[in-house]
Design a protein around this ligand. Structure first.
Ligand code: HEM
Ligand code: HEM
Length: 220
């Protein structure tokens, strides 16, 4: 067994930045009023992070790519029965993959709905002027009621699953998401995490932030 790089630095930074921003989005959304300025600003960071992760899923490190994500129902069942294939537990395991894809999907829906939401005419989503008031009302209702509840549930399940792996399965998934490394047989192919790849990740993130700025600017 040897230490093998599984999560490249861009993936780890994405994860921890997303976790911090998510907490900030909930707090600022609940406070409302003046805090909505921050709700919007941090929301644009979340949007940039999500766009970045979608792109990194195509061109990132070996184990961060969507092509390495296995979530076939048969693989999920085998994994849950403890009979999963070894190579399916190197990166995200099949059950984790389902939860991760659902979190990404509902986070995208939350950010998109936020762009079209309005808080009694006070905090106005930058794209709400492009749709009718009726659309603004149902999108805001989704954002405030459905979206936030689904995300709270998914993130709670995410944290409960991580705790379950740590306490019952004696499998610490948190340290690899911090250091990037897992203890694995020598023949496992690592994720490339060279300085040039990290630079590519940084440039990609800036491009995503630029795209978000452009989209938000459409409402000016
Ligand atoms: C202190 C809080 C958190 C901890 C300890 C934590 C821990 C982890 C760990 C250990 C993984 C890797 C799981 C695996 O090996 O398959 C992971 C992945 C992930 N987590 Fe969290 N997480 C936290 C908060 C959050 C929050 C708040 C969100 C969403 C809003 C989130 C979204 C994700 C996503 C999207 C991935 C996949 C990462 C990727 O492939 O890019 N996490 N998390
Ligand atoms: C991950 C991303 C996001 C999360 C988790 C989130 C969460 C929340 C929460 C918890 C609330 C308070 C709902 C309540 O009163 O119970 C809220 C309200 C709101 N959010 Fe977000 N939000 C996100 C992204 C965004 C974005 C990107 C925008 C706009 C650019 C936005 C615009 C709004 C508006 C206008 C409200 C006020 C709705 C009202 O009170 O009528 N949100 N959000």
């Amino acid at each position: 067994m040897t230490k093998i790089r599984i999560w490249d630095l861009p993936t780890r930074l994405f994860h921890w930045a997303l976790a911090i921003c998510f907490a900030a989005m909930f707090v600022s959304g609940k406070i409302g009023g003046g805090a909505m300025t921050w709700h919007f600003r941090i929301g644009y960071v979340v949007a940039s992070l999500l766009l970045f992760r979608l792109a990194w899923g195509l061109c990132g490190g070996r184990w961060s790519r969507f092509s390495a994500f296995v979530c076939h129902p048969r693989s999920i069942l085998s994994h849950l029965r403890g009979k999963g294939r070894f190579e399916h537990s190197i990166g995200h395991n099949p059950a984790g993959t389902v939860s991760i894809l659902m979190m990404l999907f509902f986070l995208l829906a939350q950010v998109t709905s936020g762009l079209f939401s309005e808080d009694k005419g006070e905090a106005i989503g930058p794209l709400s002027l492009f749709v009718t008031q009726a659309t603004v009302r149902w999108v805001t209702a989704y954002h405030k009621n459905v979206g936030q509840a689904v995300l709270l549930l998914l993130v709670s399940l995410h944290l409960a699953a991580i705790a379950f792996y740590f306490l019952w399965k004696k499998n610490n998934l948190i340290t690899p998401m911090i250091t990037g490394d897992k203890l694995l047989p020598d023949n496992v192919q690592p994720s490339s995490d060279a300085p040039s790849r990290r630079l590519a990740g940084a440039i990609l993130f800036l491009a995503c932030a630029g795209a978000v700025r452009w989209i938000v600017g459409l409402g000016d």
